[in-house]
Design a protein around this ligand. Structure first.
Ligand code: SF4
Ligand code: SF4
Length: 85
């Protein structure tokens, strides 16, 4: 299987940019059986304290585990996930 690319649109998912707070959603994390995503504090936020826990994001990390089932894409209420290969 070739390389899988997963992109998250952070203007739609991520409360630092006015989108949804991923901690209130996290459907992609729950539905993904191989656990490709992680949820973590956003590190590049332009705030005085970049570790402010109110700014969180979801990142696809374990791309090689993705089975391309597209369940996360269908489950995302923000249409924020794009997967190509
Ligand atoms: S396509 Fe399937 S395996 Fe891949 S990240 Fe989404 S839910 Fe997980
Ligand atoms: S399902 Fe979509 S909106 Fe919800 S946390 Fe995942 S990427 Fe964000």
């Amino acid at each position: 299987m070739g390389k899988t690319k997963i992109r998250i649109n952070y203007s739609k998912c991520g409360n630092a940019t006015g989108g949804i707070d991923p901690r209130q959603c996290s459907r992609c994390l729950y539905i993904c059986e191989p656990a490709v995503f992680i949820r973590h504090p956003a590190l590049k936020v332009k705030e005085e304290n970049p570790y402010d826990p109110q700014y969180w994001q979801v990142t696809p990390v374990w791309l090689s585990l993705c089975t391309r089932c597209l369940k996360c894409v269908k489950a995302c209420p923000q249409n924020a996930i794009a997967i190509t290969w």
